[in-house]
Design a protein around this ligand. Sequence first.
Ligand SMILES: [Zn+2]
Length: 419
Amino acid sequence: MQQYNWLFWLFAALYIAYSSVEILLDWLNLRHIEGHRGRIPALFEGKISPEDYQKSIAYTRAKTHYGWVKAAFDALLIWTMILGGFFHRFDLWIGQWLPMNSLAHQVAYPFAIGAILYVVHLPFSLYHQFVLEENFGFNRSKLATFVLDQIKGILLSLLLGVPLLALLFWLVPTLGDHWWLAAWGVLMGFQLLTAALFPVVFAPIFYKFTPLPEGELKAKLSELAAKVKFKMSGIFTIDGSRRSAHSNAFFAGLGKTRRIVLFDTLLKSLSSEEIVAVIAHEMGHNKRRHILKGLVLSSATTLASLFLLSQCLKWPTFFQAFGVPEPSLQSGFVIFGLLSSVFTFPFNPIFQWISRRNEYEADRFSVEVNGDRAGMVSSLIKLSRDNLSNLTPHPWYSFYHYSHPTTNERAEAIAALSN
Ligand SMILES: [Zn+2]
């Protein structure tokens, strides 16, 4: 059969490599955790109860096992789709309802596939929220909130996605060979616009934003912002606790919409000194230009991806490998979007390494600005404790997967800083 060309076999080999790496690292990680079960790591002694330590181990195990079941299901799904010629058959089927290869057909196809993937993954989402998270005390979401969130999410993705995809599909035949350059401009503009609108338009659809009340914490944070000359439009809390007990803090928005956002769960757990340390860390990402560098890096990878996509669309081998005898724009976009990560997985640890380097730099910024090592370290310890983080990951596992260094590594690096 035509399908089994060299690209198909390359994909199959990389898929096996990728899955083997993931499973091996998971297994090593679980074994490593078991080996350390008997003793709370020194940094956390007296800071986390023996019960919570055992619970964090059970949580890591439960999440790993859940990940295995989901990965097995996804493997079955994707291979059935490829070997069964689903991408092509489904494209023809949609084409029966709409004018073949019209803009409507082209836009409907990826959304219909997205809908199928969404529905078959719904049991996983429900299990994750209402069994896994529930069992460890993290779920605060009522079923009604969950359903409403899902509906809002679907409407939002249609509202934003349909015009965006229609524009991309229109660009390809209109601009010919150089469509990918224009598409890059469109995607970058879209990314900046949604980032700017996120805290004022999109996030409020899901969360309630409340300005941080006047008081000690607000005064400290405002003083910090003035000290490091950080421009922002305000400090807000959101009602994360209505959905989950996990805690977090982040910056959102661009330019005039930029603001500090604190989860209400964080305010309950951390002292104001600790929150100031966390926010100074976040400001460090900005002051050390990590945000800008991240944007440059992601725009470069987007440009490279679009160029590769434009080449794949002209390449019959690409379509044949994934069971499509008659190439179409829409099937090319979907196959590329769904499967290209298998080809690029060996690069992931490089991006994680860059991210971890930035985290160390932001910790250093926080300590330099506040002169408060203890606050920075104790905030990290509390965040690990409250989120039941794995306190003893296998070094290979954290090297491959972690975007942040472990709390141990960060505490050591902070202790080594000279004042
Ligand atoms: Zn950070």
